[in-house]
Design a protein around this ligand. Structure first.
Ligand SMILES: [Zn+2]
Length: 495
């Protein structure tokens, strides 16, 4: 058999069972694999090969007939690992500076929809299907390994045969590195936001002086006079302008980000000690104030001096990037912000600019795609969850009413750590069927439901998953339509 992934070999179609996913069928390394779904909704891996040795690593039942060996195996973590080893493109790999997009999937169900969107757009956008922050995994009771395995099964089911990434998103603690590295992630988003000092934004000169003097300079392998000499009075020439660095702005930048750099380096070193083939993103997008050009330069130069290599940087851009809704702010100002950060990223790297909380920000995509010339990573986290609720609203409006009531009751707890502008008081507490059908289109209910996932899944998880499993085709179609709109603006610049 061919050693290249092949699909829908006509001679093998007869092997497919009634409930097989035809697009999952793939021949590689002497075996043909596909995914089947039983009447009770359980999915099983089926494979056929000339000889049993092709199935080493899988746990399942094998049966020989007519010179073939047939494997039937459950979709367990052990078999996901074996499948990644048998079909190596399913094992996450690095994307370097290529255009990429991360699709968060809180439910572990959305990947086939993501694959459809990518295939429909047909551009060189490298997908990260496995991506979830530690905060979200906690609220969803998922482990890093669950996230990776669900993405493996989903990509396999939908017939994705190109490389895939795996983003251990928003890691804040050293132990987060250990947990996600053990699972097999290859892209590590280091987020030291807890150590970023928001007071430095408006502190007076004396307070800034005090803050920079108090930094752990030994830990930063430098000292204050050296730092000032390196940056103050220097100029960074960009393509269309120059950034002048004065002592006040570089000291303010260091007062704000200095403590976070030491913590980010500690996480980075912990990761590097593991000796795995991986890449890093540095993210400060969840901080209170926009990252100014001088701050971008100081942060990146200091990280580079300390030895961090990263493929992408997520600044905090101007305006508001709230969950699940359009960009809120002055779009011209944002365009200008994209352009200057993109120019800095090309001058100091190059590295990609990473756009977080990127879902549903349709007005921003053409701007960042053009500003970065495709040197960009788009990251969406919860929008697949929000879209999945449409399936519930459409198929079980009573359940959707219960879900909404819980989301409203638990909103004050759910909203913590999220930037939102919704007003729960504007949401109907007893919505009509017509209102239920539009809950995901209205900003107030969309955001309340968007951040309510933890409580909602805790209470209604079993019933919700039943509806999604009974209506998976509709679910994939909704997700695919939604993501085509996200990915299309990046297509002209993707490389
Ligand atoms: Zn983020």
């Amino acid at each position: 058999m061919s050693t290249q992934p092949g699909q829908l070999d006509p001679s093998a179609v007869a092997l497919l069972g009634d409930r097989a996913y035809p697009e999952s069928q793939v021949s590689y390394g002497g075996a043909t694999y596909w995914l089947e779904r039983s009447a009770d909704g359980l999915k099983r891996l089926v494979a056929v090969a000339d000889d049993e040795s092709a199935f080493r690593g899988f746990a399942g039942t094998t049966k020989s007939s007519d010179g073939d060996v047939r494997l039937v195996a459950e979709t367990t973590p052990e078999n996901a690992l074996a499948l990644r080893s048998a079909l190596p493109w399913l094992k996450p790999s690095r994307f370097g500076l290529h255009t990429s997009a991360g699709f968060g999937d809180r439910l572990g169900l959305a990947t086939p929809g993501h694959v459809r969107a990518l295939k429909a757009v047909g551009a060189a956008i490298n997908p990260v299907f496995a991506q979830q922050s530690i905060r979200e995994m906690g609220r969803c009771h998922r482990t890093p390994r669950n996230v990776l395995d669900d993405a493996t099964w989903g990509a396999f089911q939908a017939g994705w045969t190109q490389p895939i990434g795996g983003d251990a998103d928003h890691l804040e603690e050293l132990s987060d590195i250990d947990d996600t590295a053990a699972a097999g992630f290859v892209f590590y988003t280091l987020d030291p936001k807890a150590e970023v000092d928001p007071e430095a934004e408006h502190a007076d000169r004396a307070a800034i002086q005090h803050k920079v003097e108090a930094l752990d300079w030994a830990g930063l392998e430098s000292d204050l006079p050296t730092f000032i000499k390196t940056y103050a009075g220097h100029r960074v020439d960009l393509e269309h302008e120059a950034i002048e660095l004065d002592e006040e702005s570089v000291c303010r930048a260091m007062a704000k980000y200095g403590p976070s750099l030491a913590h980010a380096m500690a996480m980075y070193r912990r990761l590097m000690e593991k000796g795995i083939d991986c890449e890093v993103e540095f993210a400060v997008d969840e901080t209170d104030y926009p990252t100014k050009p001088a701050e971008h330069i100081v942060v990146v130069r200091e990280l580079q001096r300390l030895g961090m290599e990263f493929v992408s940087f997520a600044p905090r851009f101007v305006g508001r990037f709230e969950k699940g809704v359009e960009y809120i702010g002055d779009i011209d100002e944002l365009q200008r912000d994209f352009e200057i950060h993109a120019e800095i990223a090309r001058a100091l790297g190059p590295y990609k600019l990473s756009l977080h909380s990127g879902s549903d920000k349709y007005s921003t995509y053409p701007l960042i795609a053009e500003a970065t010339k495709g040197l960009v990573h788009l990251k969406t986290a919860g929008t697949s969850w929000a879209e999945a609720l449409r399936v519930i609203a459409h198929n079980d409006s009573d359940l959707m009413r219960e879900v909404l009531a819980l989301a409203l009751n638990s909103f004050e707890a759910n909203r913590k750590s999220y930037h939102l502008s919704c007003d729960p008081a504007r949401i109907p507490t007893h919505p009509t069927d017509e209102e239920v059908a539009h809950l995901m289109d209205v900003i107030d209910s969309r955001q309340v439901l968007h951040v309510g996932y933890g409580a909602i899944l805790e209470e209604f998880g079993t019933r919700l998953y039943q509806v999604w499993n009974d209506n998976e085709e509709e679910h994939y179609r909704i997700i695919a339509d939604h993501f085509v709109k996200h990915l299309t603006p990046f297509a002209p610049y993707a490389h």
